[in-house]
Design a protein around this ligand. Structure first.
Ligand code: ATP
Ligand code: MG
Length: 306
């Protein structure tokens, strides 16, 4: 277990709102916990006393659908997803395998284009941008963290961290890399290559790289999927800190209820539809919900086959 229970804002699903549904921004307070210590059970968790606030949406999906293939082979990976995630929030995207989580993330992050609908990063409609402009947005306003770290083996750690700045033709000072490496608890390793690091260390370097441009949003697809429990907790604590200390917005796909426990909001996808959301992201409740949804999805599939 590497999750924690955090008192959170009221369930946004309960609010009457016009589509897309707007998640409520997490409340901030002196109780925010950037440490990697296991925080489960801490009643004085982040923002317990503060008023919930509504922040402008950092990411908005409007009627987003994504189809792969055609004819009989068509797969409806997303079916009309509507959601707005406020700036400075940490969202966990959950659901059974094949439910569309990675597709959701890729469309939201501008890595893939939806078949229909629109995706906004702040006020910027990514679906209307030409490829060059979209690449620029991805390099400068979005950070990515992947399950398999995706560091470039031929580059040093410093070069890996500075890569988004280099590609965006921005100033890439070594001090900036060191500043980020210190933030993720790895000062002084800039001259090493990724192969000389443990998996947990590589993922922390990947987080440093994701944060180097001060992005509006960090998208993470199963960032703890390849890590042991301790390294996973360190990575989740860093993502939490990016939200609490740097004001970033984090959207993370995960299978792990314990990982979702670090988020402010959990979204549940089944067959390309957001079927549920939890604003009080307690690992036990998340696990219950996932069990229920997975069983229901399996039953529905069996029913279709019969
Ligand atoms: N490039 C593609 N071409 C065709 N079908 C695809 C493609 N990518 C995803 N799919 C299909 O879209 C659906 C959703 O896939 P997606 O990868 O988003 O699921 P997921 O929830 O991330 O699953 P997992 O938990 O296993 O990673 C699946 O049925 C998948 O087979
Ligand atoms: Mg996936």
């Amino acid at each position: 277990m590497f999750g924690r229970s955090r008192p959170t804002a009221p369930d946004p699903a309960a609010e009457p709102s016009t589509a897309p549904a707007t998640a409520t921004a997490p409340a901030r307070g002196p109780g925010a916990q950037p440490s990697t210590a296991h925080p489960a059970g801490s009643a004085a968790g982040a923002g317990a006393a503060a008023e919930p606030s509504t922040a402008p949406a950092a990411v908005t999906l409007r009627s987003v659908s994504k189809r792969y293939g055609r004819g009989d082979a068509t797969v409806h990976a997303l079916r009309g997803v509507d959601i707005a995630l406020p700036g400075g929030s940490f969202t966990a995207v959950m659901g059974p395998s094949g439910s569309g989580k990675s597709t959701f993330l890729q469309c939201a992050a501008g890595l893939d284009r939806p078949t229909s609908g629109s995706v906004l990063l702040g006020d910027t409609d990514l679906t209307r941008l030409r490829e060059n402009a979209l690449t620029d947005v991805r390099l400068t306003r979005i950070g990515f963290v992947f399950q398999s770290f995706n560091l470039l083996p031929a580059l040093t750690v410093h070069q890996n961290v500075l890569l988004p700045l280099k590609l965006a033709k921005r100033r890439a000072r070594p001090e900036r890399a060191e500043e980020l490496l210190t933030r993720v608890g790895l000062p002084g390793i800039g001259r090493r290559r990724p192969a000389e690091l443990s998996g947990g260390q590589q993922q922390r370097v990947a987080i440093a790289r994701a944060l180097v441009t001060d992005p509006d949003v960090v998208f993470a697809d199963e960032p703890t999927g390849a890590l042991d429990t301790t390294s996973a907790a360190e990575v989740l604590a860093l993502l939490r800190e990016a939200v609490d200390d740097l004001g970033a917005t984090v959207v993370m796909v995960t299978h792990e209820p314990a990982a979702a426990g670090w988020a402010d909001l959990a979204l549940f996808l089944v067959d390309g539809v957001i079927v549920d959301r939890l604003a009080e992201v307690e690992p036990e409740r998340v696990a219950d919900r996932i069990r229920h949804l997975t069983t229901a999805a399996a039953r529905a599939r069996t029913g279709q086959v019969r």
